[in-house]
Design a protein. Structure first.
Length: 69
């Protein structure tokens, strides 16, 4: 249910907002990987969650692109 709410929230955003979310998620993923490599990361499951969120954002973006065409 939590992911469905997140996806509907993403579908309500514009392409520019989605792009900003994508950039911030990728930055967060980079920081998490860096923390993991230096053994500073406590919650390693967060990496998987952020990766899935990036995929969700990209899926919604691709759907919007195809809907416009």
């Amino acid at each position: 249910m939590k992911t469905n709410k997140y996806v509907t929230e993403l579908e309500g955003k514009t392409a520019a907002e989605l792009n900003n979310d994508l950039v911030s998620a990728k930055k967060e993923l980079f920081n998490l990987r860096f923390q993991n490599a230096t053994n500073q990361l406590d919650n390693t499951a967060r990496i998987k969650e952020v990766r899935k969120n990036i995929a969700r954002i990209q899926t919604v973006m691709n759907g919007k692109i195809k809907a416009e065409a």
